[in-house]
Design a protein around this ligand. Structure first.
Ligand code: LMR
Length: 398
């Protein structure tokens, strides 16, 4: 019955992370998956999140199904976090938001929605992008193309080439953009570049789909929402999928949202209705526990401030690791520019290592990074940064 089914080749990120768990070497170093680890190599339980969870646990009431669109308090808090509490798009009721199963769930619901209501639209993603983007959008039946993004020669952005490519797209094409902390390169658009992109999106009638999975890890919660707020202020219609997996360190709670910014309140109501139907057909309604934690935390000014400070410290620790790695590798490999470790933002850096060098890192030194050369700098700590730098220097020496 099932013999015709081919074996699953595995996922480039999740399977590598599984391989890491099975590796018996005590000194192995996990820089593969996009997870924030603290200086002791542990996934932190943030104090504000723990307190919010305890408050949730004290509510011993029944556990009904959530509505298809998710918990109302969660959705309201998400909107305030993304757009800022006073944004005109919220006051005008132009934003349709649903709670989703992580931001991956938001991408999937958005992809299904696009396939149904824009059946001729193809999607363009950055070259490169998160491996799962292609899988999610192709899985929904959309054609996935790429636009120029990363400049391997400089470790920066090919912004002119990107704009030129977007100017050629058919109207109502969907353009996936990383709102901050680009995954996998760590190369972001500056505010001025976002401002330059907006007229292109408008003139070409393109539908932006922002992925905001790392809010708070670039420059700060508000700064990292720049693109969301700027597009909404410009009056564009667009999608944004966001996540609390990283910013609240609640990976397994699968807490995210999908928001669609619409031209009017009436259209937002239509969109929300069809998003609900899409959810109903996929998984009926989202889980309750994670949404309650997030809503409780964000709804309490005291917990929210405490959380913001904890997140600041996480971001600053990553930046300190970037500086340390840069200093050590630069000293060990003179004549090569590792400035990208300092300029790239968020959890990831694109190292430029070849797949063969990546394999050597893993096999000889127990250092796990993706075969694309993506390194999760949030997995570095004061105990492993020197060994990582040494291993990098060794594979670069040949
Ligand atoms: C990553 O890019 O490593 C994370 O977003 C985890 C994942 O699901 O791929």
């Amino acid at each position: 019955m099932f013999a015709h089914i081919p074996p699953y080749a595995g996922d480039p990120i999740l399977s590598l992370n599984e391989d890491f768990q099975k590796d018996p070497r005590a000194d192995k170093i996990n820089l593969s998956i996009g997870i924030y680890f603290d200086d002791e190599g542990r996934i932190p339980v943030m104090a504000a999140v723990r307190e919010a969870e305890q408050r949730v646990a004290q509510q011993t009431g029944p556990k009904p199904y959530l509505p298809m669109e998710g918990l109302a308090a969660f959705r309201t808090e998400v909107q305030k976090l993304l757009f800022g509490a006073d944004h005109a798009a919220l006051a005008e009721g132009r934003v349709a938001t649903i709670q989703s199963v992580g931001s991956s769930g938001g991408l999937k619901v958005g992809a299904d929605f696009i396939k149904q209501w824009f059946p001729d639209a193809a999607i363009w993603v950055s070259d490169p992008t998160w491996d799962n983007h292609k899988a999610v959008f192709e899985g929904a039946g959309l054609t996935v193309n790429t636009y120029p993004y990363y400049d391997a020669a400089t470790g920066g952005l090919r912004f002119d080439a990107m704009l030129a490519a977007l100017r050629e797209l058919p109207a109502r094409s969907v353009v996936l953009l990383h709102a901050c902390c680009h995954n996998p390169t760590g190369v972001d658009l500056t505010p001025a570049q976002w401002e330059a992109l907006i007229p292109v999106l408008r003139e070409r009638e393109l539908l932006a789909f922002l992925d905001l999975a790392y809010q708070g890890f670039g420059d700060g919660m508000d700064q990292d929402a720049f693109a969301v707020r700027a597009l909404a202020s410009a009056g564009l219609a667009f999608f944004v999928a966001n996540s609390f997996s990283k910013s609240m360190s609640v990976y397994g709670e699968r807490c995210g949202a999908l928001s669609v910014v619409c031209p009017s309140k009436a259209e937002a109501a239509l969109v929300l209705g069809q998003l609900k139907f899409t959810v109903r057909r996929n998984y009926s309604n989202p889980p309750m526990h994670g949404g309650q934690i997030v809503a409780t935390l964000l709804g309490s000014p005291e917990l929210r401030s405490a959380w913001a400070l904890e997140l600041d410290a996480m971001r600053e620790r990553i930046q300190a690791m970037r500086k340390q790695l840069h200093a050590i590798v630069s000293a060990k490999v003179p004549g090569r520019d590792f400035g990208y470790f300092l300029t790239q933002r968020g959890m990831f850096s694109y190292t430029g290592l070849t797949p063969q060098q990546v394999d050597r890192l893993r096999e000889e030194f127990g250092v796990y990074i993706l075969r694309s050369g993506r390194m999760c700098v949030a997995g570095l700590n004061s105990h492993n940064v020197e060994r990582t730098a040494q291993a990098m220097a060794a594979v670069l020496a040949d």
